[in-house]
Design a protein around this ligand. Structure first.
Ligand code: GDP
Ligand code: MN
Length: 377
């Protein structure tokens, strides 16, 4: 489960990490009121994606009227596929430096790892490419948590201003505790800001909680309800369909997590961008296929759908029947390529001939076809 910035900052504040004063609002008038209380402020669209600054979804406002205008401009818009219906209005700050600090799980050491850079404020992926030496890390032994000397060393290696060192160590230790206490899989502060007056604060926050641990976090359930507002994901959940939204424009369906992930990779490698991850499961019936397809098509970004099925217990002809029935009842306007192999695949592909569906036996060809068709659509 991904938390919104304002939720993550709530957790940070509970853990003693300094954050800017601010308020979450859902309408322009709320933004104006917040601005009246805060003075010069930043209006920040809340979305489960970064890079808002560059895209105009973070604006500096010097009056309540201006905050209201910016709020009206952002609310109801989509940013990277997310509908903006919440804003965080925060006091504007005078920035002296922007650092990066994060904790995630390191698969190699099977431990939390703290990652730090003095080059914060920008995409850390960019830094990783252009200047990998600027990113340093420290694996944490969960039996003890991070030792202060390790955190001081981390700050030193990253090139953090020594004057900010004490605050940095304090925040890093607290971030670790919030991370562990919440069963998080990611806690990221970018930028960790040094203000002109020397104070260090978490100016942005990203926080993912491990879904498998949610049962023991009643305190996070309120966040979950708010987070589940993607109407398509909520509908998929209700219908028992495994569906994950992605930022691209090609709908992906397959029978099993493995083949779906393989198909995502295939489409990406051929230059396409998947719009979702949708698993129809094993032995999928016509009805299941219909349900999945209707959910995939709920996303208006979808310009084409690739269905990739390997028949084991799932029969190709049943899937083909399901897709045909679904297309008939759903008024599908986008191209659909169906790739099949395995049990009754030939029969399935034959069933599709003469319909609007494009049968294809070769998976790479199928990916290329749907990418080309989606571009034309
Ligand atoms: P992101 O672009 O979605 O990651 O959003 P951030 O919260 O990280 O903000 C992007 C950038 O806005 C920061 O790196 C700052 O350089 C800039 N910025 C300018 N003034 C402010 C301010 O008062 N508060 C915050 N949070 N960011 C500011
Ligand atoms: Mn950021």
């Amino acid at each position: 489960m991904k938390l919104y910035e304002f939720q993550a900052k709530e957790l940070f504040a509970q853990g003693g990490i300094p954050i800017p004063r601010g308020r979450m609002v859902t309408d322009p008038d709320g933004a104006a009121q917040a601005a009246a209380a805060l003075g010069r402020c930043v209006v920040k669209a809340q979305a489960h994606a970064g890079g808002r600054g560059k895209a105009g979804f973070i604006k500096l406002a010097s009056s309540p009227d201006e905050a209201k205008q910016y709020a009206a401009g952002m609310l109801g818009q989509t940013f990277k596929g997310f509908l903006i219906n919440r804003l965080l209005v925060e006091e504007a700050v005078d920035i002296a430096a922007e650092y990066y600090l994060a904790i995630t799980i390191d698969r190699a050491s099977k431990s939390p790892i703290m990652i730090c850079s003095a080059k914060g404020g920008v995409d850390i992926e960019e830094v990783a490419e252009s200047d990998p030496e600027a990113i340093v890390s420290q694996v944490v032994d969960v039996a003890y948590g991070p030792w202060d000397f390790q955190l001081r060393d981390l700050a030193e290696r990253a090139g953090i201003d020594p004057k900010a060192g004490r605050q940095f160590v304090d925040i890093a230790r607290k971030l670790y505790h919030v991370f562990v206490r919440s069963d998080a899989s990611l806690a990221e502060i970018n930028p960790l800001m040094v203000l002109k007056d020397g104070k260090v604060i978490a100016a942005d926050a990203k926080f993912d909680v491990d879904d498998n641990a949610l049962f023991r976090h009643e305190e996070l359930l309120g966040f979950k309800e708010e987070a589940e507002e993607d109407p398509i994901e909520a509908e998929a959940h209700r219908q028992g369909v495994t569906y994950v939204r992605l930022p691209g424009d090609i709908g992906i369906m397959g029978n099993g997590a493995g083949i779906v992930m393989g198909t995502l990779d295939l489409v990406t490698r051929e230059g396409g961008a998947p719009a979702n991850f949708c698993d129809i499961g094993g032995g999928a019936s016509e009805e299941t296929v219909r349900r999945c397809l209707s959910i995939v098509l709920m996303n208006p970004n979808v310009k084409g759908v690739l269905i990739n099925v390997f028949g084991g217990i799932t029969r190709g002809d049943a899937v083909a029947g399901g897709v045909l029935a679904a297309v008939k009842s759903l008024d599908v306007k986008v191209p659909i390529v169906v790739r099949m192999a395995g049990t009754r695949a030939e029969e399935g592909l034959k069933l599709l001939e003469g319909s609007q569906l494009v049968p294809e036996a070769n998976p790479v060809e199928a990916a290329r076809k749907i990418i080309a068709l989606a571009k034309g659509a």
